[in-house]
Design a protein around this ligand. Structure first.
Ligand code: FRU
Length: 487
């Protein structure tokens, strides 16, 4: 079906109950509905927004086009949780119903102020010539969950020197002052981010561009996020327009980070190391972080990418969010670990310890589960695991001793997705430690390698009966110690 502009800008409020029910039926009949990930009831989900802890609960909003699996008129959808594990669908939080957000309530963040939660986001607008004008705006949620928009934009103009690609404010507080970092494109078509300061969240002063060493690094930086962690400054952003380089930048767009000294809020200088991708899988973009009440830095990403068709499109929905992950800094890199609360999902447990030599061994079965395995003795040239497998269908995670690389191969995972961007992803690993921590759901996998040194996040679209979990070793033997919990 061709999605015309008119269809993409149709409002959910204008659609009959019957039409919505028909869409819901189609969505619910989809074999790839997730078991424990946040996913849209209908339509398309993209960036996580407004991730925060407020009034005793976590709040996590997301970009939502309700009426189909395409990027159309965006709303903010609201979910909340007491434990980061079980999420309640609250409903629409922000409708694009003002002059300043007429063509979409785009991405933004949340911060508590005076016992209320301030949601700062980008109001996307288009004029008759379809020219874009972005406004940075605020909606305020009280403790009863009622949300009211401020009447006027708080940053109505794009500063001089930048194009209309100016969006996704992330707000934080330092001392008595609020800061916002905004994703931007310079007039010479390079990406960057711009900083603002405020005493009250409504009056903002332009500070200027964050000074990094990446002057010419893609054409637009979306969804920036700055925070201090473990004594360092960390800047997370999603640059568009990087060309593939070796094993890097294989997806249509990337998300990654710079780590350095804390951002100097007087000079706006950020002295940092190299850019590192946050994720080495196929489907990860536009992450956002928040602080837990006990001081952990948590990250959630969009498990999807723009401009790629997904098999669920035929069922009128697309994408989900990743599980929440805790970040830590170690040796100039970010480590990502599944949030400790996720152990609450664990149900029946199975264990296995086995040595295999030049063979493939069926170990467990499952569709939605957590699996941790470590390798003790190993002299195989290639070893690994096949999961969501049956006959020839399988998703393969392996280590190749010749190249010293970990490879995720989804060429036989089931219904294809984004094949023009390749069907395998790989990265080098240092040292001899080999620990893999997988969260498999009906249509996704998140793989934490060596306690979060690398992460592979991917959608997969297998048949419902592909539930085998097999270990294999070629060119030698390997000893696996594995624990698996149904979810
Ligand atoms: C990133 C992004 C943001 C924008 C939003 C619109 O995926 O393009 O820059 O605010 O999605 O849905």
């Amino acid at each position: 079906m061709e999605w015309t502009t008119e269809m993409r800008y149709r409002r959910i409020e204008d659609v009959s109950h019957e039409t919505l029910e028909t869409i819901k039926k189609k969505v619910n009949s989809c074999q790839w509905r997730q078991n424990y990930h946040i996913q849209p009831e209908t339509g398309l989900l993209n960036d996580p927004n407004g991730f925060s802890f407020f009034n005793g609960e976590y709040h996590l909003f997301y970009q939502w086009f309700p009426l189909g699996p395409v990027h159309g008129l965006k709303y903010w959808y609201h979910t909340k949780s007491k434990d980061l594990v079980h999420w309640e669908n609250v409903g629409i939080a922000i409708k694009p119903d003002q002059d300043y957000d007429s063509h979409g309530a785009y991405s933004g963040s949340a911060i508590e102020h005076k016992d209320e939660l301030y949601l700062m986001y980008t109001g996307n607008t288009r004029n008759e010539l379809w020219e874009r004008h972005p406004y940075q705006v605020i909606a305020v949620m009280n403790k009863q969950g009622e949300i009211k928009k401020l009447q006027s934009p708080v940053i109505p103009e794009v500063p001089k020197g930048y194009t209309d690609h100016f969006r996704d404010p992330k707000v934080w507080k330092s001392g008595d002052l609020f800061y916002a970092v905004i994703g931007a494109q310079r007039e010479n078509n390079t990406g960057c981010s711009v900083l603002f300061q405020s005493m009250n969240l409504t009056d903002w002063t332009l500070l200027g561009e964050m000074k990094t060493e990446y002057e010419d690094f893609g054409y637009m930086w979306e969804c920036p996020d700055y925070f201090d962690l473990d004594g360092k400054g960390v800047f997370v952003f999603s640059p568009q327009g990087l060309k593939p380089k070796g094993d890097h930048y294989q997806n249509i767009y990337q998300s990654g980070y710079l780590i350095g000294q804390k951002l100097d809020l007087d000079t706006l200088s950020f002295s940092h190391g190299d850019f590192h991708e946050l994720d080495r899988g196929f489907d990860f973009y536009a992450p956002q972080t928040t602080l837990s009440p006990d001081g952990r830095r948590l990250l959630v990403g969009w498990m999807g990418l723009p401009e790629i068709e997904y098999p669920t499109d035929q069922h009128d929905w697309a994408h989900c969010l990743t599980l929440p992950r805790e970040l830590k800094v170690k040796d100039g890199r970010l480590l990502q670990q599944p949030a400790q609360e996720l152990t609450k999902l664990r149900k029946d447990k199975s264990v296995l310890e086995a040595t295999i030599t030049n063979e493939t061994m069926k170990a467990f079965n499952g569709i939605a589960y957590e699996l941790i395995f470590e390798i003790t003795d190993n002299n195989a040239t290639v070893f690994g695991i096949e999961f969501r497998a049956k006959d020839d269908e399988k998703t393969v995670l392996k280590y190749d001793a010749n190249t010293k690389k970990i490879v995720l191969d989804r060429s036989m995972s089931g219904d294809p997705v984004g094949e023009s961007f390749g069907t395998s992803r790989q990265c080098s690993v240092e040292g001899t430690k080999m620990k893999f921590h997988l969260f498999v759901d009906t249509s996704s996998v998140e793989i934490f390698v060596n306690d979060g040194e690398e992460v592979f996040t991917s959608r997969i679209f297998p048949r419902s009966d592909s539930d085998e979990i097999r270990f294999f070793a070629n060119g030698g033997s390997v000893t696996f110690i594995a624990e698996k919990w149904d979810i």
